[in-house]
Write a protein that binds this ligand. Structure first.
Ligand code: ATP
Ligand code: MG
Length: 312
């Protein structure tokens, strides 16, 4: 659906040339959510703007449904909806409805149809009663929701979201997350940047991490989480273990970390799946509260990947 190949962008400023994006390639299939992550200044927004056709790449191509965006084939633009940082696609002095209808007109949606679509979207984000208010009188979270509605007016098959849940309260951000899920289920290809890694983990099928303008990881979210999950076990007992029992564990191969008299961490040797049962045998008379294999979350993966050594 969306295919980005070799995108490169340099900015010239007084202090020199910034290579914001260096040879970034990825694709997003219909119905897929790609979480596009990276530290501040990594090049996410610049990539999204090039993907949306808002700034021209120095090199590289963006194709949507096989149509080349960079050659200004307007048909490609018709398939994209984008919500950029800070709801900048809205006219602050126009009302919410006027903004949506204006966008509808830009996308050549017949007026009556645009009105119905706008009302439907506003209802989905809980802003029906704000339709006649000017955008400048709305809270930042509400503006963010209107920006999303605007991006969805023409039912784009590719949706680009730059930090869509930034600054939203719990309920609003749950609402946006649900909309993203539904849109993906309906077949929309979604590119999502966020610094809220729990949101990325919940929503994404695949994850791409960019650092210093280059992609340093790209894979299925599940595979990434599995790969970074160390094979460690957390064991919690209901009652404190006597020191003699704790001492006897030091003979086991692998590493036993005694976190407290009721809480252990066990890291077996690579590939050893048997010794865990020896350890549990030693604990036998004592009731267990929990035995759990360590599972990495995206925040942990992100930290490891971004802080890892390696040329960039
Ligand atoms: N218009 C511009 N002129 C000059 N430099 C720019 C411009 N836009 C972005 N840059 C630079 O390009 C780099 C990437 O910026 P970008 O906004 O894409 O990062 P980002 O990953 O979106 O960061 P954040 O997480 O803070 O939103 C930064 O070094 C930034 O200073
Ligand atoms: Mg950004």
């Amino acid at each position: 659906m969306l295919e980005v190949t070799g995108l490169t962008k340099r900015f010239r400023s007084r202090t020199g040339v910034v290579e914001a994006v260096r040879g970034v390639s990825f694709s997003v299939a219909a119905g897929e959510v790609l979480a596009f992550l990276g530290p501040n200044g990594a090049g996410k927004t610049t990539t999204i703007k090039m993907t949306a056709g808002l700034i021209r790449p120095d090199q590289g191509t963006v194709t949507i449904h096989g149509l080349d965006l960079c050659h200004r084939q307007s048909a490609a633009v018709q398939h994209i909806g984008a919500v950029l940082e800070g709801s900048r696609n809205l006219y602050w002095r126009l009302t919410v409805m006027e903004n949506l209808l204006y966008w509808g007109a830009m996308r050549r949606i017949p007026y009556r149809q645009a009105r119905l679509r706008a009302m439907d979207l506003l209802e989905q984000v809980g802003l029906t009663d704000r339709a006649k208010n000017t955008v400048q009188t709305l809270s930042r979270g509400m503006q963010q929701k209107v920006a999303l509605c605007q991006a969805l007016m023409h039912r784009p098959s590719v949706l680009l979201l730059d930090e869509p849940t930034l600054g939203l309260d719990f309920e609003s951000s749950e609402g946006i997350k649900n909309m993203v899920r539904h849109l993906a289920t309906d077949g929309t290809a979604i590119l999502l940047t966020t610094h809220q890694l729990d949101v990325a983990e919940e929503l994404s099928d695949r994850v791409a991490i960019i650092r210093g303008g280059q992609l340093i990881l790209e894979d299925h979210t599940k595979a990434v989480l599995q790969q970074y999950s160390r094979s460690a076990y957390a064991i919690v007992t209901e009652t404190p273990l006597p020191s003699s029992v704790l001492a006897s564990m030091s003979d086991l191969p692998g590493q036993v970390n005694v976190i407290s008299s009721q809480r252990l961490q066990y890291v077996p040797r690579d590939g050893d799946t048997e010794t865990l049962y020896d350890l549990l045998g030693l604990l036998k008379p004592y009731p267990l509260l929990q035995v759990e294999r360590h599972q990495a979350d995206l925040a942990e993966v992100f930290q490891q990947v971004v802080n890892s050594e390696g040329e960039v």
